[in-house]
Design a protein around this ligand. Structure first.
Ligand SMILES: [Zn+2]
Length: 134
């Protein structure tokens, strides 16, 4: 029963989400699509925090952002360990680690182990999944 209620709630929030998001934002966050590299226009210069485009949770901060050359916004750490969840993703014949918003389960991107110190991680995130905040 609880599961049924939760499913109904998810349907409601999914409908709400759909209205608020652009088509690209919807495809990325709800259908795990990947935006084309170098397609994101970037964030305003004085952006300090990066929020989930669906639920406004803070996911990343500017101090952890770096230029990876990959064509996607890249971070070496999430804002906090609680901000995101990581899931094994075996789609497209690859084994990758998918990164999602822990609050609303929006797909954000993937994390790879070729990032800079101190973590050695590269969170490769779709710009369409993030809202910059000053
Ligand atoms: Zn979210």
């Amino acid at each position: 029963m609880i599961i049924k209620i939760r499913d109904a709630m998810n349907d409601i929030s999914r409908d709400k989400t759909k209205k608020k998001l652009s088509e690209l934002q919807f495809r990325v966050t709800q259908q795990s699509a990947t935006e084309r590299p170098f397609s994101h226009e970037g964030f305003e210069e004085d952006t300090k925090l990066f929020e989930c485009v669906c639920c406004d949770s803070i996911l990343f901060k500017i101090e952890n952002k770096f230029e990876s050359g990959s064509g996607w916004p890249s971070f070496w750490s999430p804002f906090s360990a609680e901000a995101i969840t990581e899931h094994k993703d075996e789609s497209y014949g690859m084994v990758r680690t998918e990164v999602k918003c822990s609050n609303c389960n929006a797909h954000l991107g993937h994390v790879f182990e070729d990032g800079p110190e101190p973590t050695g991680l590269r969170y490769c995130i779709n710009g369409a999944a993030l809202n910059g905040k000053k």
